[in-house]
Ligand binder design. Structure first.
Ligand SMILES: [Zn+2]
Ligand SMILES: [Zn+2]
Length: 207
């Protein structure tokens, strides 16, 4: 399977079907500069670059990687992208320490049997809602704890559609990863109130 267009300028470039069985769903936004939402567990950097090129886009325009939370199947490729393309890494403050200190347990890396390296973070989100702008396109980052303390969801309005990126909002919920069901319930209410048209999920695809 190759990369898929979801709507204009929004693509699925990696997933357990497209790149590696360990990988989460990896979304690419073409907003004048290229923005990735999440990365992969381990070794998928070349397939991802290949898929970006296959879409007719230049991986050299990758500027930003937004990490929805600290788990290895979402953050494992960020280090390599920073090294190759100098991308800016954005993650919520509450999940930043796990990737900065390379916490094998909180990132789930020991669980996945994957090696990682401390990841320098450029922007730590601290508010319930923060806005990112790429050209004139607004992307909203919402703090949606539950799966982990620092989980975020993103949405943007494009082509009359509201597209929501809710990566691991389905769980699982493990106390050792900082899961909290009452936080999760509140986060789900916030996300449902968005009335999104398209949900781009973390492991189960696009709805
Ligand atoms: Zn996760
Ligand atoms: Zn995941």
């Amino acid at each position: 399977m190759g990369p898929k267009e979801i709507i204009k300028d929004i693509y699925l470039v990696g997933s357990s079907d497209i790149t590696d069985s360990k990988d989460c769903s990896i979304y690419l936004l073409d907003l004048g500069e290229l923005v990735l939402i999440d990365t992969w567990a381990g070794t998928s950097v070349d397939p991802i670059i290949h898929n970006i090129k296959e879409l007719g886009l230049d991986p050299g325009n990758l500027s930003t990687v937004v990490l929805t939370h600290c788990h290895i199947d979402h953050v494992g490729g960020a280090h390599e992208l920073k090294k190759r393309f100098g991308v800016r890494i954005i993650i919520h403050d509450l999940d930043a320490a796990a990737v900065e200190t390379w916490d094998k347990n909180l990132t789930g890396a020991s669980w996945y049997g994957v090696n990682f390296a401390p990841l320098p973070v450029d922007v730590k989100l601290t508010k319930d809602e923060e806005l990112l702008y790429f050209g004139t396109q607004k992307v909203v980052c919402l703090h949606t704890p539950g799966h982990t303390q620092g989980s975020i969801s993103l949405y943007l309005d494009k082509e009359d559609k509201r597209v929501l990126f809710g990566q691991d909002i389905h769980g699982p919920f493990f106390a050792e990863f900082g899961a909290n069901m009452s936080h999760w319930q509140k986060s789900m209410e916030t996300l449902l109130a968005l009335n999104a048209d398209i949900l781009c999920e973390g492991h189960f695809g696009v709805y």
